[in-house]
Design a protein around this ligand. Structure first.
Ligand SMILES: NC(=O)c1ccc[n+]([C@@H]2O[C@H](COP(=O)([O-])OP(=O)(O)OC[C@H]3O[C@@H](n4cnc5c(N)ncnc54)[C@H](OP(=O)(O)O)[C@@H]3O)[C@@H](O)[C@H]2O)c1
Length: 165
């Protein structure tokens, strides 16, 4: 069975994006994201791929979910048409499946996810794509990292590792 891990960063109201971009600079979160996903198969939606301006994440297999069978991908991205295809590729590569957004992708994978890694930014910034709060009846919460706002980080933050109850 391939392990499925959702990973995202959000502000206090659940915001993950504004105008097609991630509206903050948060070095600690980028470092955590890179360390956690490096060497793995990552799955993203088409909008998230477009927000990366043709630059795939290095050292990772970049899978892009779309319904568009005619969509051409920039070099370094691989189009997939189903979650089953993502699972098959991760299985072949003996990798975890790291689910890196955006919202519809997280929502599709949440019922079958094994782990959630969520960075909470102490910010009241409001965007146009928002996550629902994690259901604490289903998930056990453990803070694994925290830090203040500083020159490298726009906001104080906590990174929470959720495992199923
Ligand atoms: N803060 C964070 O941690 C974080 C993480 C990731 C992304 N983001 C931001 O979130 C924004 C984009 O996210 P988004 O929620 O609008 O969109 P998204 O999930 O990146 O892309 C949505 C698209 O993915 C495809 N898709 C979704 N579910 C599918 C399925 N089950 N099967 C096949 N294709 C499927 C569809 O593409 P087609 O229309 O081509 O069929 C859909 O229109 C970007 O600005 C990005 O920067 C933030």
């Amino acid at each position: 069975m391939v392990k499925k891990v959702l990973i995202w960063a959000q502000t206090l109201d659940g915001t993950i994006a504004l105008n097609g971009q991630i509206p903050w600079h948060q070095h600690a979160d980028m470092r955590f994201f890179a360390q956690t996903t490096y060497g793995q198969v990552v799955v993203m939606g088409r909008h998230t791929m477009e927000s990366m301006h043709g630059q795939p994440l290095p050292g990772r297999t970049n899978l892009v979910l779309t319904h568009d069978t005619g969509l051409t991908m920039p070099a370094g991205f691989q189009r997939i048409l189903s979650m089953a295809a993502a699972e098959e590729i991760a299985q072949q590569k003996q990798s975890d499946l790291m689910i890196i957004g955006g919202k519809p992708i997280y929502e599709s994978y949440l019922p079958i996810a094994d782990q959630l890694l969520v960075t909470y930014l102490q910010s009241d910034l409001q965007g146009d794509v928002k996550m629902e709060p994690v259901n604490l009846g289903q998930w056990q919460r453990k803070v694994v990292q925290a830090g203040p706002a500083d020159v490298e980080n726009d906001y104080a933050y906590e990174i929470v590792d959720y495992r199923r109850n």
